[in-house]
Design a protein around this ligand. Structure first.
Ligand code: URA
Length: 216
């Protein structure tokens, strides 16, 4: 499998001003109950983007995505492939906590869509990992469940998309579509690691050695 080379976006948005707009957003009912908007964590200039569903209790309090139990598991799984939040961005499909952590509603996803679209257009990530059903359906633009979608990469928006289970599914335990979520996430993260390594230019090409320059 190869990474796409065609840049899909023509202009990068002014992400700082879009962030400011998002932080004061009142486009949907979720603005009433939130403590704060949860914009992103990690490195929005990285090649790797993780997309979750929506902030939960701890994220709403701290203003950062994936800081509760699911986030701690995500950090651990990232560590297993030698990654951390400095090497990837982490965002959600919707930026405000739904009351009682209910699923996001279609009109909430629609209202919030320009923010995630702007994050995607700013980053132009090489690899997008969609965590769970909502992120997977948003990025693939298909009504497909995560059990059926995962296990193979997709090409969308100039990126390779790796759908996987949401870490919260792994915390709940059980099996989904015959798969143990934690094993499935680990296997999918190995694919992410492989894709990132494959996307790096070979060392010799990236940095010509003195010998090749005729210096020795
Ligand atoms: N679950 C998510 O999908 N996002 C978060 O930020 C936290 C938990």
């Amino acid at each position: 499998m190869s990474l796409p080379t065609e840049p899909p976006f023509t202009a990068r948005p002014d992400i700082a001003s879009i962030r400011s707009e998002a932080l004061g957003c009142t486009k949907c009912r979720l603005a009433e109950g939130r403590t704060q908007v949860v914009w992103a964590d990690g490195n929005l200039d990285a090649e790797l983007l993780f997309i979750g569903e929506a902030p939960g209790f701890h994220e709403d309090k701290q203003g950062l995505p994936f800081v509760g139990a699911a986030g701690q598991l995500l950090d651990r799984l990232l560590g297993e492939i030698d990654l951390d939040r400095t090497k990837a961005a982490i965002v959600n499909v919707i930026k405000c906590r739904p009351p009682g952590n209910r699923d996001p509603l279609p009109d909430e996803i629609e209202s919030c869509k320009p923010y995630l679209e702007a994050q995607l257009a700013h980053m132009r990530p090489k690899v997008i990992v969609t965590l769970g059903n909502f992120a997977t359906q948003f990025v693939l633009d298909e009504r497909v469940g995560i059990s059926r979608a995962r296990g193979r990469p997709y090409q969308r928006r100039g990126a390779t998309v790796v759908p996987t289970f949401h870490p919260a599914a792994a915390l709940r335990g059980g099996r989904f579509g015959g798969a143990n979520p934690i094993d499935a996430i680990r296997a999918d993260f190995q694919e992410v690691k492989r894709l990132l390594e494959a996307s790096k230019p070979a060392a010799a090409e990236a940095e010509p050695q003195g010998e090749q320059l005729g210096l020795f």
